[in-house]
Design a protein around this ligand. Sequence first.
Ligand code: PAF
Length: 281
Amino acid sequence: MRVAHTPAEIRSQLKPLRASKSIAFVPTMGCLHKGHLSLIKKAKAEADIVVVSIYVNPLQFGPNEDLDRYPRTFDQDARLCAEAGVDFLFHPATLYPKSGPKVTLKVEELCDCLCGASRPGHFDGVLTVVNILFNIVQPDIAVFGEKDWQQLAIIRRMVADLQMPIEIIGSQTIREADGLAKSSRNRYLSDNNRRQAIALSRALLAMQRLAATGESDIERLKQEANTILTTASVDTEYLDIRGATSLKSKRKLNKQPARVFIAAKVGNTRLIDNMPLELTS
Ligand code: PAF
């Protein structure tokens, strides 16, 4: 595995390969866990060469968010990447000019709802860095986790609208045995919080089960989940059923693909999760 620390370095490493090899890209902020490793596995299955980036992007953290305490575990991450068969690891010190970024991106409608409502500017920061990384790596394929479904939907839209020749692949959420979605932030949970956190996936599964019986009423479905969340004393920020691609609120579940999205504070840690919601009866 080759490690590059600057855009020029990774560009010159990849240049001789472009004509004959397909390139899959997995952008990350490090602190890699099994969820990331599944993205890498998918990338390896889809292309000849896998590039992973590790960059904690300051532009996607709000003023009161955890940028400074976001875990930085480069040596361990590099070892995991090498073991997983990553070909190139890109670990830049910064991706922005000294004067700060003056060009940012936004996807109308998709960036301001759900997590965007409580994290203003977050998705603009994600899009801006992903766009910069795409310009540097110029991959054929890029793999993102479905756990960050809103991010995935926004990136798909950016790639479509800006005619970027990159195939975006979503990779299924990897969960702990009890259902908790894997996240770098799970490490902040105390034992007690960890037990409470199971309520998120349980609530979503309960909604899936209810929808499978033919229940299409959004309020009724939400009520089912809220009972579980309240019992676990989880501080729900939002629980919302939306179109899977448009992210538009739904008034009734129908045959169109829908997902349920949740964000909740457990202790001091903000967790998110989502699942598809299908009306099967
Ligand atoms: O999902 C993440 O880890 C980040 O949002 C990403 C896509 C690497 C951009 O910084």
